[in-house]
Design a protein around this ligand. Sequence first.
Ligand SMILES: Nc1ncnc2c1ncn2[C@@H]1O[C@H](COP(=O)(O)OP(=O)(O)OP(=O)(O)O)[C@@H](O)[C@H]1O
Ligand SMILES: [Mg+2]
Length: 252
Amino acid sequence: MTRILAVANQKGGVGKTTTVINLGASIAVHDKEVLVIDLDPQANATSGLGHDEAENFGIHNFISGEHSLKESTVKTEVEGLCLVRGARHLAGTEIELASQEEREFFLEQALSSSDLSGYDYVLIDCPPSLGLLTINALVAADGVILPVQSEYYALEGLSHLMETIRRIKAHWNKSLSVFGVVLTMYDKRLKLSREVEEEANEFLGKTLFRTRIPRNVRLSEAPSYGKPVILYDAFSRGAKSYMSLAREVMAR
Ligand SMILES: Nc1ncnc2c1ncn2[C@@H]1O[C@H](COP(=O)(O)OP(=O)(O)OP(=O)(O)O)[C@@H](O)[C@H]1O
Ligand SMILES: [Mg+2]
Protein backbone atom coordinates (compact mmCIF):
# COMPACT_ATOMS: atom_id res chain seq x y z
CA MET A 1 0.00 0.00 0.00
CA THR A 2 1.18 3.50 -0.80
CA ARG A 3 1.45 5.84 2.13
CA ILE A 4 0.78 9.48 1.28
CA LEU A 5 2.37 11.90 3.75
CA ALA A 6 2.08 15.67 3.62
CA VAL A 7 4.92 17.60 5.26
CA ALA A 8 3.28 20.73 6.56
CA ASN A 9 3.63 23.67 8.91
CA GLN A 10 2.24 27.11 8.18
CA LYS A 11 5.33 28.62 9.75
CA GLY A 12 8.09 29.41 7.24
CA GLY A 13 11.62 28.08 7.38
CA VAL A 14 11.08 25.27 9.88
CA GLY A 15 12.59 22.52 7.73
CA LYS A 16 9.65 21.21 5.68
CA THR A 17 11.53 21.09 2.39
CA THR A 18 14.75 19.84 3.99
CA THR A 19 12.70 17.04 5.55
CA VAL A 20 10.92 16.14 2.31
CA ILE A 21 14.17 15.94 0.34
CA ASN A 22 16.24 14.11 2.91
CA LEU A 23 13.58 11.85 4.37
CA GLY A 24 12.59 10.95 0.80
CA ALA A 25 16.17 10.14 -0.18
CA SER A 26 16.82 8.22 3.05
CA ILE A 27 13.72 6.07 2.58
CA ALA A 28 14.63 5.46 -1.07
CA VAL A 29 18.06 4.07 -0.19
CA HIS A 30 16.25 1.42 1.85
CA ASP A 31 15.11 -0.07 -1.45
CA LYS A 32 11.78 1.72 -1.43
CA GLU A 33 10.14 3.72 -4.18
CA VAL A 34 9.43 7.29 -3.15
CA LEU A 35 7.66 10.09 -4.97
CA VAL A 36 8.16 13.69 -3.89
CA ILE A 37 5.44 16.13 -4.92
CA ASP A 38 6.53 19.76 -4.79
CA LEU A 39 3.35 21.65 -3.95
CA ASP A 40 5.12 24.86 -2.96
CA PRO A 41 5.33 27.70 -5.51
CA GLN A 42 8.83 28.42 -4.14
CA ALA A 43 9.81 25.09 -5.76
CA ASN A 44 12.63 24.55 -3.25
CA ALA A 45 12.22 20.78 -3.20
CA THR A 46 12.58 20.79 -6.98
CA SER A 47 15.84 22.76 -7.01
CA GLY A 48 17.09 20.89 -3.96
CA LEU A 49 16.70 17.67 -5.93
CA GLY A 50 18.68 19.05 -8.84
CA HIS A 51 15.85 20.10 -11.16
CA ASP A 52 14.65 23.39 -12.59
CA GLU A 53 11.09 24.40 -11.88
CA ALA A 54 8.59 23.04 -14.37
CA GLU A 55 7.39 25.17 -17.27
CA ASN A 56 5.28 22.26 -18.31
CA PHE A 57 4.75 18.66 -17.19
CA GLY A 58 4.97 19.63 -13.54
CA ILE A 59 2.64 19.93 -10.60
CA HIS A 60 0.22 22.45 -12.15
CA ASN A 61 -0.56 20.29 -15.19
CA PHE A 62 -0.84 17.28 -12.93
CA ILE A 63 -3.36 18.74 -10.50
CA SER A 64 -5.37 20.25 -13.34
CA GLY A 65 -5.68 16.75 -14.78
CA GLU A 66 -3.99 17.73 -18.06
CA HIS A 67 -1.00 15.44 -17.67
CA SER A 68 -0.80 11.99 -16.16
CA LEU A 69 1.38 11.21 -13.17
CA LYS A 70 3.79 9.37 -15.44
CA GLU A 71 4.12 12.37 -17.72
CA SER A 72 4.61 14.66 -14.73
CA THR A 73 7.32 12.64 -12.99
CA VAL A 74 11.09 12.99 -13.35
CA LYS A 75 13.89 10.92 -11.85
CA THR A 76 16.44 12.26 -9.41
CA GLU A 77 20.05 11.33 -8.69
CA VAL A 78 18.84 8.96 -5.99
CA GLU A 79 17.73 5.59 -7.28
CA GLY A 80 14.08 5.07 -6.36
CA LEU A 81 13.38 8.75 -5.69
CA CYS A 82 11.13 10.50 -8.22
CA LEU A 83 9.74 14.00 -8.31
CA VAL A 84 6.75 15.94 -9.56
CA ARG A 85 8.35 19.32 -10.09
CA GLY A 86 6.98 22.51 -8.64
CA ALA A 87 6.68 25.84 -10.36
CA ARG A 88 6.36 29.47 -9.34
CA HIS A 89 3.16 29.90 -11.31
CA LEU A 90 1.54 27.36 -9.01
CA ALA A 91 0.74 30.47 -6.97
CA GLY A 92 -1.51 31.48 -9.89
CA THR A 93 -3.01 28.00 -9.96
CA GLU A 94 -3.93 28.45 -6.30
CA ILE A 95 -5.89 31.58 -7.18
CA GLU A 96 -7.62 29.82 -10.07
CA LEU A 97 -8.53 26.94 -7.80
CA ALA A 98 -10.08 29.28 -5.28
CA SER A 99 -13.07 30.04 -7.48
CA GLN A 100 -13.80 26.45 -8.45
CA GLU A 101 -16.05 23.86 -6.92
CA GLU A 102 -14.41 20.97 -5.14
CA ARG A 103 -11.35 23.16 -4.90
CA GLU A 104 -10.05 21.25 -1.90
CA PHE A 105 -9.93 18.00 -3.89
CA PHE A 106 -7.77 18.68 -6.93
CA LEU A 107 -4.68 16.88 -5.70
CA GLU A 108 -6.74 14.09 -4.16
CA GLN A 109 -8.53 13.53 -7.47
CA ALA A 110 -5.31 13.65 -9.47
CA LEU A 111 -3.66 11.11 -7.15
CA SER A 112 -6.63 8.79 -6.81
CA SER A 113 -6.94 8.56 -10.58
CA SER A 114 -3.20 7.76 -10.87
CA ASP A 115 -1.47 4.42 -10.58
CA LEU A 116 0.52 4.76 -7.37
CA SER A 117 1.18 1.05 -7.00
CA GLY A 118 4.85 1.52 -7.91
CA TYR A 119 5.41 3.80 -4.93
CA ASP A 120 5.81 2.92 -1.28
CA TYR A 121 5.71 6.54 -0.13
CA VAL A 122 4.48 9.82 -1.54
CA LEU A 123 5.83 12.89 0.28
CA ILE A 124 4.16 16.24 -0.38
CA ASP A 125 6.09 19.44 0.31
CA CYS A 126 3.66 22.17 1.40
CA PRO A 127 4.04 25.95 1.26
CA PRO A 128 4.28 27.94 4.51
CA SER A 129 0.58 28.75 4.79
CA LEU A 130 -2.70 27.06 5.50
CA GLY A 131 -4.03 28.15 2.11
CA LEU A 132 -5.66 26.06 -0.56
CA LEU A 133 -2.50 24.26 -1.64
CA THR A 134 -1.81 22.98 1.87
CA ILE A 135 -5.47 22.05 2.24
CA ASN A 136 -5.25 20.11 -1.04
CA ALA A 137 -2.24 18.25 0.39
CA LEU A 138 -4.05 17.45 3.65
CA VAL A 139 -7.14 16.25 1.80
CA ALA A 140 -5.03 13.99 -0.41
CA ALA A 141 -2.80 12.59 2.34
CA ASP A 142 -3.35 9.84 4.86
CA GLY A 143 -0.86 11.30 7.30
CA VAL A 144 0.89 14.54 8.13
CA ILE A 145 4.47 14.98 9.23
CA LEU A 146 4.98 18.22 11.11
CA PRO A 147 8.50 19.59 11.31
CA VAL A 148 8.81 21.88 14.31
CA GLN A 149 11.78 24.12 14.84
CA SER A 150 13.18 23.97 18.33
CA GLU A 151 12.40 27.55 19.34
CA TYR A 152 9.92 29.65 21.30
CA TYR A 153 6.30 29.74 20.12
CA ALA A 154 6.90 26.62 18.02
CA LEU A 155 4.27 24.69 19.90
CA GLU A 156 1.71 27.50 19.82
CA GLY A 157 1.78 27.43 16.02
CA LEU A 158 1.45 23.68 16.26
CA SER A 159 -1.87 23.77 18.08
CA HIS A 160 -3.30 25.96 15.31
CA LEU A 161 -2.13 23.43 12.76
CA MET A 162 -3.56 20.54 14.76
CA GLU A 163 -6.91 22.33 14.81
CA THR A 164 -6.80 22.70 10.99
CA ILE A 165 -6.02 19.01 10.69
CA ARG A 166 -9.00 18.19 12.91
CA ARG A 167 -11.26 20.33 10.73
CA ILE A 168 -10.05 18.75 7.51
CA LYS A 169 -10.53 15.32 9.03
CA ALA A 170 -14.08 16.20 10.05
CA HIS A 171 -15.11 17.70 6.70
CA TRP A 172 -13.08 16.18 3.92
CA ASN A 173 -10.72 13.41 4.84
CA LYS A 174 -11.70 10.98 7.56
CA SER A 175 -8.54 8.95 7.18
CA LEU A 176 -6.17 11.84 7.90
CA SER A 177 -3.94 11.47 10.93
CA VAL A 178 -0.95 13.19 12.43
CA PHE A 179 1.75 10.73 11.44
CA GLY A 180 4.44 12.37 13.51
CA VAL A 181 6.11 15.53 14.70
CA VAL A 182 9.84 15.98 14.21
CA LEU A 183 11.99 18.50 16.04
CA THR A 184 14.31 20.25 13.60
CA MET A 185 17.36 22.47 14.04
CA TYR A 186 17.75 20.95 17.45
CA ASP A 187 20.78 21.85 19.55
CA LYS A 188 20.98 19.92 22.79
CA ARG A 189 23.50 22.40 24.21
CA LEU A 190 20.84 25.10 24.12
CA LYS A 191 18.50 25.37 27.06
CA LEU A 192 15.80 26.59 24.70
CA SER A 193 16.03 23.46 22.53
CA ARG A 194 15.77 21.26 25.61
CA GLU A 195 12.79 23.22 26.91
CA VAL A 196 10.95 22.91 23.62
CA GLU A 197 11.79 19.23 23.61
CA GLU A 198 10.43 18.73 27.11
CA GLU A 199 7.22 20.56 26.29
CA ALA A 200 6.84 18.67 23.00
CA ASN A 201 7.31 15.38 24.81
CA GLU A 202 4.61 16.24 27.28
CA PHE A 203 2.19 17.65 24.72
CA LEU A 204 2.72 15.08 21.97
CA GLY A 205 3.73 11.84 23.60
CA LYS A 206 4.28 9.09 21.03
CA THR A 207 3.43 11.43 18.14
CA LEU A 208 6.86 12.97 18.59
CA PHE A 209 9.53 11.12 16.63
CA ARG A 210 12.47 10.11 18.81
CA THR A 211 14.91 11.32 16.18
CA ARG A 212 16.00 14.93 16.55
CA ILE A 213 17.27 16.71 13.46
CA PRO A 214 20.29 18.75 14.57
CA ARG A 215 21.24 22.11 13.19
CA ASN A 216 23.86 20.99 10.68
CA VAL A 217 25.52 23.14 8.07
CA ARG A 218 25.75 20.22 5.60
CA LEU A 219 21.96 20.12 5.48
CA SER A 220 21.84 23.76 4.46
CA GLU A 221 24.66 23.43 1.91
CA ALA A 222 23.41 20.34 0.07
CA PRO A 223 20.46 22.03 -1.77
CA SER A 224 22.77 24.47 -3.54
CA TYR A 225 24.37 21.40 -5.14
CA GLY A 226 20.95 20.01 -5.99
CA LYS A 227 21.57 16.98 -3.81
CA PRO A 228 20.10 15.35 -0.74
CA VAL A 229 22.63 15.34 2.07
CA ILE A 230 23.37 11.61 1.76
CA LEU A 231 24.90 12.29 -1.67
CA TYR A 232 26.65 15.41 -0.45
CA ASP A 233 28.09 14.27 2.88
CA ALA A 234 26.81 10.88 3.94
CA PHE A 235 28.76 10.97 7.20
CA SER A 236 27.43 14.31 8.40
CA ARG A 237 25.20 14.45 11.47
CA GLY A 238 22.45 15.78 9.23
CA ALA A 239 22.62 12.73 6.95
CA LYS A 240 22.66 10.32 9.91
CA SER A 241 19.71 12.02 11.55
CA TYR A 242 17.54 11.78 8.44
CA MET A 243 18.50 8.11 8.06
CA SER A 244 17.32 7.56 11.59
CA LEU A 245 14.08 9.44 10.90
CA ALA A 246 13.55 7.29 7.79
CA ARG A 247 13.82 4.12 9.89
CA GLU A 248 11.27 5.50 12.34
CA VAL A 249 8.89 6.47 9.55
CA MET A 250 9.15 3.04 7.93
CA ALA A 251 8.53 1.32 11.27
CA ARG A 252 5.46 3.42 12.09
N1 LIG B 1 18.62 20.93 10.39
C1 LIG B 1 19.05 22.01 9.74
N2 LIG B 1 20.29 22.51 9.97
C2 LIG B 1 20.74 23.59 9.33
N3 LIG B 1 20.02 24.26 8.41
C3 LIG B 1 18.78 23.83 8.14
C4 LIG B 1 18.24 22.67 8.78
N4 LIG B 1 16.98 22.48 8.29
C5 LIG B 1 16.76 23.45 7.40
N5 LIG B 1 17.83 24.27 7.31
C6 LIG B 1 17.96 25.46 6.48
O1 LIG B 1 17.00 26.40 6.93
C7 LIG B 1 16.33 27.02 5.85
C8 LIG B 1 14.84 26.68 5.88
O2 LIG B 1 14.69 25.28 5.71
P1 LIG B 1 13.58 24.70 4.74
O3 LIG B 1 13.64 25.37 3.42
O4 LIG B 1 13.69 23.22 4.77
O5 LIG B 1 12.29 25.15 5.53
P2 LIG B 1 10.79 25.22 4.99
O6 LIG B 1 9.93 24.99 6.16
O7 LIG B 1 10.62 24.34 3.83
O8 LIG B 1 10.72 26.74 4.50
P3 LIG B 1 9.46 27.39 3.72
O9 LIG B 1 8.43 27.57 4.76
O10 LIG B 1 9.99 28.67 3.17
O11 LIG B 1 9.06 26.43 2.66
C9 LIG B 1 17.02 26.52 4.59
O12 LIG B 1 18.03 27.42 4.23
C10 LIG B 1 17.62 25.20 5.03
O13 LIG B 1 18.77 24.86 4.28
MG1 LIG C 1 9.87 24.76 1.94
